[in-house]
Design a protein around this ligand. Structure first.
Ligand SMILES: [Fe+2]
Ligand SMILES: [Fe+2]
Length: 268
């Protein structure tokens, strides 16, 4: 079995979405098979690319230039599925990137278990959404998508705590806030396949936010830092803009994110 950091780089360097997620799921299965045997495979060291490989399509546009979605129409719902698929593909890379990027920081095996599991789940999410798009005579790459999704990764390339604060604890937590509204849209349209996919995503994303909170608190403990204060200063440093209420306080609590972490960062 390859060292984990090398597996991560191979995923990051694969451009095609379906190929990337197949590789990701295969590596996750190998990792967890070894872990079930009581082994701790080598983590190793590697040089993850600053930008992961991407398929030729979709074209990546400035968010301002991405056509508006009208979720009341079939075309609007396809655009929404496409936008979520794009987020999931970025999430696959974000989780493998956190595995490969910070190997100089000694972390317990559970850190790697969590992010391999999260990467595996994002890969499943991407595939579920591609299936939904294909059931609607579309596909991932059929529409333009947002450029700039990798910004948070670039900004926190030297800062593991910053990465944890901004990616799982801000961006993925935002997913918990907005997913129930999206489930509502597809359920009104009787798109059972999309509702089922989004329910899987909603359930599993709580875990990703929780992994972020767990390892953020772990590192604060290691360095004797106050988690809430450090969270506020890292989000202000690396996240551009205020957090947007309404927040899904119940799911955020389930994921280990208390209100005094996010409310002070919310826009007025
Ligand atoms: Fe996901
Ligand atoms: Fe996630």
């Amino acid at each position: 079995m390859l060292p984990l950091a090398e597996m991560a780089c191979n995923v990051l360097e694969t451009g095609d979405g379906r190929e990337k997620t197949a590789l990701s799921r295969g590596y996750a299965a190998a990792w967890f098979a070894a872990r079930a045997e009581g082994e701790l495979p080598t983590i190793g060291q590697a040089q993850p690319p600053l930008h992961p490989a991407r398929p030729e399509k979709p074209a990546l546009l400035n968010p301002r230039d991405v056509p508006r979605r009208r979720p009341g129409s079939p075309a609007g719902r396809i655009a929404l599925l496409h936008a979520i698929a794009h987020i999931e593909l970025n999430a696959v890379d974000l989780h493998w990137d956190i595995i490969a990027r910070y190997t100089d920081t000694k972390m317990p095996a559970g850190f790697y278990d969590d992010w391999v599991k999260a990467a595996d789940e994002e890969s499943k999410h991407f595939n579920l959404l591609c299936d939904c798009l294909e059931a609607n005579d579309s596909f991932y790459g059929d529409l333009p998508a947002h450029a700039g999704m990798w910004r948070a990764a670039e900004d926190t390339v030297d800062d593991l705590m910053g990465r944890l604060a901004v990616v799982p604890m801000v961006l993925e937590a935002r997913g918990l806030d907005v997913t129930p509204g999206m489930i509502e849209i597809f359920s009104k349209a009787n798109d059972v396949q999309a509702v089922e996919a989004l329910n899987v995503i909603y359930a599993e994303e709580v875990g990703h936010v929780a992994y972020g909170s767990k390892w953020f608190h772990f590192l604060c403990g290691r360095h004797e830092l106050d988690p809430k204060d450090v969270f506020h200063s890292l989000v202000r440093k690396y996240f551009h803009g205020a957090l947007k209420p309404p927040f899904n306080e119940e799911k955020r609590a389930e994921a280990g994110l208390p209100p005094d972490f996010y409310w002070p960062l919310a826009e007025e």
